[in-house]
Design a binder for this molecule. Sequence first.
Ligand code: SF4
Ligand code: SF4
Length: 377
Amino acid sequence: MPETPLLLDRADLDRMIGILSERGYQVVGPTVREQEHIISYGDVGSTDDFPVGLTDEQEAATYRLVDRGDGRLFGYAVGATSPMSYLQPSDAVVWAGRRTGKGFETVEPPDPPRYAFVGVRPCELAAIAIEDEVFLGTGSQCPTYATLRQKAFLVSVDCTEPGGTCFCASMGTGPGATSGYDIALIEVLDDEGHAFIARAGTEEGAAVLAELGAAPAGEERAAAASQAVEEAAGKMGRSLDTEGLRDTLAASLSDPIWDELAATCLTCANCTMVCPTCFCAAVENRTNLDATEAERVRRWDSCFNFEFSYIHGGSLRPSASARYRQWMTHKLSSWVDQFGMYGCVGCGRCITWCPVGIDITANAAAVRARMEEAAHV
Ligand code: SF4
Ligand code: SF4
């Protein structure tokens, strides 16, 4: 796919949203959830729905939206939610039935929506690639995910101003998108004004850009935009050293350090609810009160919940320490054994939204230090 950079302005982006709607997509993107004053994915009808002129200050257990004083549409790091909330819904009906005179009949589900995500961060694209491996890879196939994923259209926006808890550069998942998008954008606000450098990643993406009639971006402006993305790699608030991390964590399972690292953990499961790669789920059977309708629902669960590892006789992980160790070593060690990749893209959400500020990057470094110390005793 040739990647000739094209130039769009905000009006073109509005037209793109219109084109995607006309093509039958439900357009979803970053919006401001007024009640909580956070950025979160929601329905988008025009660029006015984006978090215009806002940025996010993120640190461990800290999130605040502040005015930027400019008109950027994507001048923040990442919102609280990710496309995963749509592609792997928190409450997915996997079967439904109703009583008939002779027994039960299956109720066919409504056609699933076709989502066009506009404003997807490169780390979120990487998270979708991970979920593709989990839900569509050789190990298992999830029909709910497959249907939603195969119909999705992805417009990414590279990062030029990462947040305080971001570390995608060290995970190799950002700040620029390299694959997995239909259209990739870089937002620029320079002497020549507010614009977007666009490149197509698929035939459908190229067709949407062609319908917009976008002109080529000037070479100098496109190069400056790419330079800004490259420089963003050096502005991440955090980093994570992945060298040998799988083995280091695998060797640490019996070390008492996990009691120290999880000493303040509330087992609230926030980190797993905001993570774009967490996929644990439970299955519930529900009926209505007169038992004429029934459904089987897959709903999000978390390895931090006591019941999650319950088998006959009790929970396999009764302590907070055991559950925290399970979560972190899965992300950064046993996930590699299962799927050949880390289960973390460095979006930083688990650090920001942990109410007690537990930091996966600091804790990975602490385990590494402890294991190195133990090796020299
Ligand atoms: S583990 Fe944390 S930093 Fe990594 S992808 Fe999940 S939420 Fe983001
Ligand atoms: S690490 Fe933080 S967010 Fe995750 S369960 Fe523990 S207290 Fe909650």
